[in-house]
Design a protein around this ligand. Structure first.
Ligand code: GLC
Length: 429
């Protein structure tokens, strides 16, 4: 099957739907065959939005399957290993969690409550939506409580991340300094990603060695939150996670109000207030955006990436900050032809096709477009949509796109690209 679009033709929505169906493994959707053969958390939330355009009950099922893997402490793991597959490393044996559905031991950007809100508001089958919302609300609340309790035990208002993979922006240059302080594993292993994708689009070995050291550490501490908090050599206040969590908590409170569900709402509101008062400590007047922070050294992670503008999405910005960020975005778009590059092109660490160090990611551009629209800049939203969809139109449904040429990179026939295309183009905004 040729899954490429001809650039002279409109985007093939039938093909987008077909990609989701082909990647459906029965109740959950893999990101792409081979490279990512399991269920990933934030992929799945975005994929549910795509399913909504073609099959509403399947959209809800995606969420239900994910939350079946929720840990007893509320965490939603970043990967659920529903069935065995040899094409991915590190698998469940390396992560070492054997309770319930085998899973990883970290989470991913908590975009679920926001996705559920969109599903709830836009699904046409109201009876189904009400039933699913009632079922999912307590699970979503437990998930958000987990973030605030386990990842901000000192109540600073800023949750912390324990792994670059938790950010979803795995190889971002913003994580270079904190990751460099993590020891490397001494055991040998065989990467599987390089069998699917060119090495110039993937992380280097020393980074992988450190990723695995962290995976080992969680297992060594028996996944005990307190011990990990006290001993993890990688602790980052990731502005992307903080902003996405903040927005999702607001969406969750609104969903609770709709469903007359009061348990947990007051506590969530307290957390929101705490983050809103702490966030300005991450603002950079000079860069016109918010920077992540290394919580071990206390140093600012001085790299302008697409994460640094996400407080706009989180509703965490003052009017002046919103305008400053939107002017930064406007100029950034002037410097690129295919939508926002994951790292600002002026950075010495910008690499146009290496995984999160420069390429364009359609779902991030959608999130930023939505934020621009909400802040009264429809022209920026329209521009982002046009540039991002031009990549899909000319290259196909790839995992991400070369920021300089718009060529497809990473995995092909990728679920979140197909899903965001279905969702975005099916939306009149
Ligand atoms: C990569 C991405 C991550 C995504 C996963 C599955 O690891 O960095 O964000 O969730 O692939 O698509």
């Amino acid at each position: 099957m040729n899954q490429k679009n001809d650039s002279s033709n409109p985007i093939d929505m039938t093909l987008a739907a077909e990609i989701l169906r082909n990647n459906d493994r029965g109740g959950y959707t893999i990101p792409t065959d081979g490279l990512y053969p399991f269920q990933w958390s934030w992929d799945s939330a975005l994929v549910a939005l795509g399913w909504m355009r073609i099959d509403e009950s399947r959209a809800w099922e995606e969420a239900e399957t994910m939350f079946r893997g929720q840990w007893a402490n509320g965490m939603v793991p970043h990967i659920l290993f529903h069935k065995g597959a040899e094409s991915y490393f590190p698998g469940p044996d390396v992560w070492g969690n054997t309770k319930g559905i085998p899973s990883s031991a970290i989470s991913q950007p908590p975009v679920w409550a926001t996705a559920i809100r969109l599903l709830y508001e836009q699904c046409t089958d109201r009876e189904l939506a009400d039933a699913k919302l009632r079922l999912l609300l307590p699970k979503l609340i437990a998930y958000h409580e987990w973030w605030y309790r386990e990842r901000d035990p000192e109540n600073t208002g800023l949750v912390c991340s324990y792994h670059p993979w938790e950010s979803g922006m795995d190889n971002s240059p913003a994580w270079d300094a904190p990751l460099a302080a993590v020891p490397e594993v001494s055991w040998s292993y065989q990467r599987r990603d390089l069998g699917h994708v060119d090495s110039d689009q993937r992380p280097h070995k020393p980074e992988y060695d450190r990723y695995l050291y962290l995976v080992d550490l969680y297992k060594r501490y028996g996944f005990d939150s307190q011990k990990i908090y006290a001993n993890c050599p990688y602790k980052v206040a990731d502005i992307g996670i903080i902003a996405i969590l903040h927005r999702a908590s607001k969406d969750l409170i609104d969903l609770c109000r709709i469903a007359s569900h009061s348990d947990g709402v007051e506590a969530l509101q307290t957390e929101l207030d705490q983050t809103a008062s702490a966030i300005n400590s991450l603002w950079s007047e000079d860069k016109r955006c918010f920077m992540s922070r290394d919580l071990i050294t206390g140093k600012t992670l001085d790299e302008v990436t697409t994460a640094t503008v996400l407080p706009l999405f989180g509703g965490l910005t003052s009017d002046a900050q919103s305008e400053a960020i939107l002017s930064l975005i406007g100029e950034w778009l002037d410097d690129t032809s295919f939508g926002l590059s994951s790292t600002h092109p002026s950075s010495p660490r910008f690499e146009p096709k290496r995984y999160w160090r420069g390429p364009v990611w359609p779902h991030i551009n959608w999130i930023i477009a939505l934020s621009a629209l909400e802040h009264g800049h429809p022209e920026i939203a329209a521009r982002l949509r046009r540039c991002t969809m031009a990549c899909v139109q000319s290259s196909g449904f790839w995992e991400y796109f070369d920021a300089d040429t718009g060529a497809g990179c990473g995995g092909d026939n990728f679920s979140w690209t197909a899903a965001i295309t279905l969702y975005w183009l099916g939306d009149s905004t």
